[in-house]
Design a protein around this ligand. Structure first.
Ligand SMILES: Cc1cc2nc3c(=O)[nH]c(=O)nc-3n(C[C@H](O)[C@H](O)[C@H](O)COP(=O)(O)OP(=O)(O)OC[C@H]3O[C@@H](n4cnc5c(N)ncnc54)[C@H](O)[C@@H]3O)c2cc1C
Length: 412
């Protein structure tokens, strides 16, 4: 019987796991450990409403103090898990900090040191998410990443004082930052080694439209361009040098080149670490130890493959699923992943997976009307649908094709 469950990572997945444990009847001791000083908050608005100034930062908080109290948990914010002993079933915790942005600290080594505390558990949920990938020179003033609330607030304040913005990386975050910065009337250049924004995620057909949309809104695109270095004066960035030796002048540089799973603290644990913490289909990494959210790599039987999903809804669903499994359900976690992105007046919504070699078919509307949906077909099966300003009801119907792993009958 479980007497003490510890959840490491106090964000979307960790909160969901903690709440689900309680709602499913777990009445033992519960500890929620979060490295950031903030109570659990929502990240998607950071590059949308927070950066654009539409929301005050307080609105991103996921639960008020009353709801957190109802968890009847020992909530330890500003504390980092630095190591895990699987056989002894103990965690090592670093001292609590009150720093403004612990996520910017160097990852801890996992070695016990002064102030390190041991915490015993019977059940463990690992929900430590990912950390922003950085480039050499990221320590320069004026160079930003966006993963945390503090990152977003620092970037927002920089955008208000610097007119020339270079965004490095044209994935979801980079394109959203570019859109928000244009919304503030700034001079924005988007740089990426790929041929078009979001091409790696959604293929050529959609990426060309994304490129067109950003150009229409005045973003300068420097595609097929790598970054060789940041140019600086007295510790402050002044430009970005590209592989063709062009230097783009910049007051603010945003590095949005992806993220790495926050598993450094598990290095000595002997848990299987690959691209994330590797789990089985039930999200179990070892007996009584589960992973949820961006950090979890698990085998999704619906798509017959291992995956790691950096999507907001997945964090909640997987947190809930691991709570059930920790309490004995032992069910595979087989979702249809869902993601959305807001840029200008465009809402992209995606269900499923989008393999590079998938073929694409327009299954709803017309791209020239900027309101359509595309199905992605792999080995004769629909594995993904992407909606571009597609009415939710139509998109939900198309989602069913993915859930059913429908044969390629669409678009007839
Ligand atoms: C700016 C931004 C915009 C996004 N927009 C969208 C969107 O539009 N749509 C969408 O579907 N998804 C979006 N996402 C992705 C979504 O927010 C994530 O999938 C979700 O936050 C994952 O939740 P998580 O709990 O797994 O991880 P996280 O939210 O990353 O939380 C992990 C927590 O664990 C803490 N932690 C890490 N290591 C330790 C440790 N050793 N000890 C203690 N605590 C630790 C971290 O500090 C962090 O607070 C966005 C993400 C970002 C950053």
């Amino acid at each position: 019987m479980l007497r003490h469950v510890v959840v490491v990572g106090a964000s979307a997945a960790g909160l969901s796991a903690a709440e689900s444990l309680r709602s499913k009847g777990y009445d033992g001791k519960l500890t929620l450990i979060g490295e950031e000083p903030h109570p659990p908050y929502d990240r998607p608005p950071l590059t949308k409403q927070v950066l654009s100034g539409v929301w005050e930062p307080e609105r991103v908080v996921l639960r008020d103090q009353t709801a957190i109290s109802k968890l009847d948990a020992d909530v330890r914010l500003g504390q980092t898990a630095v190591g895990l002993d699987v056989s002894q079933r103990t965690l090592r915790l670093g001292p609590r900090t009150a720093g403004p942005d612990p996520a910017r600290r160097e990852p801890q080594s996992g070695q016990a040191g002064t102030g390190v505390e041991q915490l015993a558990f019977d059940g463990l949920v690992i929900a430590t998410g990912v950390r922003a990938r950085r480039l050499p020179g990221s320590e320069l003033a004026g160079v930003h990443t966006v993963r945390t609330l503090d990152d977003a607030l620092a970037l927002r304040s920089a955008l208000l004082s610097g007119p020339r913005v270079v965004v490095v990386g044209a994935g979801f975050l980079g394109t959203e930052v570019a859109a928000a910065a244009r919304g503030l009337g700034l001079d924005v250049t988007l740089v990426d080694p790929g041929p078009a924004p979001l091409q790696r995620q959604f293929g050529v057909r959609v990426a060309d439209l994304v490129a067109q949309t950003h150009s229409d809104h005045g973003v300068r695109l420097r595609m097929n361009s790598g970054v060789t270095r940041f140019v600086s004066t007295e510790g402050r960035v002044t430009g970005v040098e590209l592989t063709d030796r062009t230097v783009l002048a910049a007051d603010v540089v945003v590095v949005a080149i992806g993220a790495v799973p926050a598993t450094e603290w598990l290095a000595d644990s002997r848990l299987p670490i690959g691209d994330g913490l590797e789990c089985d289909a039930t999200c179990r990494a070892a007996p009584g130890i589960y992973a949820a959210g961006d950090v979890a790599s698990w085998y999704n039987p619906r798509f017959d493959r291992r995956m790691r999903v950096e999507h907001r809804l997945n964090a909640t669903e997987q947190g809930s699923a691991v709570a059930a499994n920790l309490l004995g359900a032992d069910q595979p976690f087989a979702p249809v992943p869902y993601f959305w992105s807001d840029q200008y007046d465009v809402r992209l919504q995606a269900y499923g997976i989008f393999p590079r070699d998938a073929t694409t078919t327009v299954v709803h509307g017309d791209p020239s009307d900027r309101r359509f949906a595309v199905a992605y077909v792999e080995n004769g099966t629909v594995v993904g649908v992407l909606g571009w300003n597609c009415p939710p009801r139509d998109l939900r119907a198309l989602r069913q094709l993915v859930a059913d792993r429908a044969p390629d009958l669409v678009g007839r």
